[in-house]
Design a protein around this ligand. Structure first.
Ligand code: 6PG
Length: 248
């Protein structure tokens, strides 16, 4: 059963601190219980402060980085050194700072182009999952929310058949000035996670957040609604500005 939990933080900084604290708690618990922690990170601007906090004095020494594995929920079809690469952003803010072992950093290879990168990542997920599984059950999936309702690189529009049967898909969409060609995990993988945490901050997200959380279920219009863990927990960490149109 999915439980949903919306936590409204005073501002973006408080939301980022709450996200870093949650990451640390679930990481320590997973390593204690299962020997390793796997997280799928999101791109975009919202999680960057959380990454920086995790690399800062409170957590850098406290977390067992050699047991923490990083994956991505989505990536742009660009090389790893590109400024729009989600991997590059996380490397600069977090991975490089804490000395994450290279073998623990499972990036999507955007430089292959979207289709080949999706196939390549599906193979990597299979390998990491082991035991005949097609993908790992992530301990944490960190998600963002676009003003158009997208999350990861699942954009508004008809849901493709591939999205309902494959763990990773190629995607193409124009959003702000970001690269159009992308790779994304699908809801099959996100909804299998033990914990999914959405971050949303700022008044530009307020209408969208209200539509996603309070509106009718319209998964083609609001892709973030496709994320409903089947046997995991769903937490929304939002700031007051993003929460300003929520009801109930
Ligand atoms: C990406 C993302 C994407 C992002 C949203 C929100 O690679 O673009 O993973 O889904 O999370 O677009 O982006 P912001 O945090 O910048 O608002």
């Amino acid at each position: 059963m999915t439980s949903r939990d919306v936590r409204v933080c005073a501002d973006r900084e408080a939301m980022s601190r709450a996200a870093a604290g949650l990451f640390a708690d679930v990481a320590l618990q997973a390593v204690r219980e299962r020997g390793r922690f796997s997280a799928a990170l999101s791109g975009g601007g919202t999680p960057q402060r959380t990454f920086a906090l995790l690399a800062g004095p409170t957590y850098r020494e406290a977390l067992p980085w050699p047991s923490i594995h990083f994956f991505w929920g989505d990536e742009r079809a660009v090389p790893p050194e590109h400024r729009a690469s989600n991997y590059a952003q996380a490397r600069r803010a977090l991975l490089g700072e804490v000395g994450a072992p290279p073998g623990n950093v499972h990036r999507m290879r955007g430089e292959l182009g979207p289709l080949a990168a999706a196939e390549d990542y599906a193979a990597r997920l299979r390998e990491f999952a082991g035991e005949g599984r097609a993908w790992p059950r992530f301990d944490l999936a960190l998600m963002g929310l676009g003003t158009d309702g997208h999350t990861a690189s699942l954009f508004p529009g008809p849901i493709s058949e591939d999205e309902t049967r494959l763990p990773v898909v190629a995607a193409s969409a124009q959003y702000e000035d970001r690269p159009t060609e992308r790779v994304s995990l699908t809801p099959l993988v996100f909804n299998d996670a033990r914990l999914v945490v959405f971050l949303a901050a700022g008044s530009a997200k307020a209408e969208t957040l209200a539509a996603v959380l309070n509106g009718p279920y319209m998964p083609e219009r609001w892709p973030a609604q496709r994320i409903r863990p089947t046997d995991g927990e769903l937490i929304w960490l939002v700031d007051q500005a993003a929460a300003s149109r929520l009801t109930g």
